[in-house]
Design a protein around this ligand. Structure first.
Ligand code: TK8
Length: 336
């Protein structure tokens, strides 16, 4: 009796193993290189960890992500070029440095376009987001999901900035992006484009006075250690793209592709949640060492008025279609 039960159990276990081994046979052993400009304690770390868990569970540990943080494996733009060449699998990058590759992404750089996270999610996770995914794919980049960096705010070491006139004379690092360059020049700052990896040292050595990024990135990249003033400008929401090399994507089978998409979507949920939970906390932490200048809604509006020419000048280059796709989606979420 006991013997028979043991035999049966053994048979069941073997059957189960066989079945799962069969299911796992569709996954090859792969180590996916995934680079980031932010540090691991940024909520992108939470998203990547989730992706690793999903891959471990669904592929029996056959597909793995090797993540590189803090720009240790190079900046976002070179990484994105490596994806296009098929020499690296993945990168999490801001959309802004990629406008030289997909000009339509410039729509997200237009100042004061999104008002809150709800609008960003509605645009990015809907047909508008799909529109940009198609453009990216045509450029050799598969966007698995939109993650969050957040609303961008200004920091500097020179003076409090609370109104449109205060930008005058501030030497400011901006991303490698014409629209940001144009926006901050129009506001009166001396704007210089620079890769993210060079920003900390440039701030520390006072080569530049300031930079702009979301609270969480300011905190986790330790910019607060070398910056005195923080202005709550919320001037742009430039999404994170979780990109996969199209060249290498096409070498995966449909099961592998599906599990990666699922992992990036699961990652998105926890990454956004972690980022949003941390946003106010980061601001509170930054307050301990920085002087925080709130920017009133009226002042934001004055800034927007001042940068109107940036819209007129850049929308034709971005493409009226791409900008229209975003503004239509915004109208919808605003109930218009
Ligand atoms: C992180 C970057 C960064 C971005 C920038 O790799 O360059 O300022 O906002 O957070 O994507």
């Amino acid at each position: 009796m006991l013997f028979r039960r043991t035999l049966m159990t053994a048979a069941l276990v073997a059957g189960g193993l066989l079945a799962s081994t069969g299911a796992l046979a569709q996954f090859a052993e792969r180590t996916i290189k995934f680079t980031n400009g932010v540090n691991e304690d940024h909520p992108v770390g939470v998203g990547v960890k989730k992706m690793q868990e999903v891959l471990a569970a669904k592929t029996g540990g056959k597909m793995k992500i090797a993540a590189f943080w803090g720009g240790a494996a190079g900046g976002d733009l070179p990484a994105t070029q490596a994806l296009r060449a098929g020499t690296q699998e993945m990168v999490c990058t801001s959309s802004s440095p990629l406008v030289g590759i997909v000009k339509e992404l410039g729509a997200f750089d237009l100042p004061f376009l999104f008002a809150n996270e709800k609008e960003a999610d509605a645009v990015l996770d809907g047909p508008a987001g799909e529109y940009f995914n198609k453009k990216l794919e045509a450029a050799g980049l598969v966007n698995l999901a939109y993650w969050e960096n957040g609303f961008r705010n200004l920091t500097n070491s020179k003076k409090p900035v609370a109104k449109a006139e205060d930008f005058e004379g501030v030497k400011l690092r901006v991303m490698q992006n014409n629209i940001f360059l144009d926006s901050f020049k129009t506001l009166g700052a001396n704007a210089v484009p620079m890769a993210f990896g060079e920003v900390f040292t440039a701030l520390e050595t006072r080569t530049i006075d300031g930079q702009e990024n979301p609270f969480v990135t300011i905190e986790t990249s330790k910019f607060s250690e070398v910056q005195k003033y923080l202005s709550v400008t919320r001037h742009a929401y430039t999404p994170f793209l979780v990109l996969y090399s199209k060249k290498l994507w096409d070498q995966l089978n449909p099961q592998e592709q599906a599990v990666l998409r699922e992992a990036a979507r699961e990652g998105q949920k926890v990454q956004r949640a972690a980022n949003r939970a941390l946003n106010e906390k980061s601001l509170a932490n930054l307050r301990k060492t920085m002087t925080v200048n709130e920017v009133s809604a009226a002042e934001q509006k004055r800034m927007l008025e001042k940068v109107k020419p940036v819209y007129d000048k850049n929308v034709p280059n971005i493409g009226t279609e791409a900008v229209g796709v975003v503004t239509d989606a915004l109208k919808k979420v605003r109930g218009g």
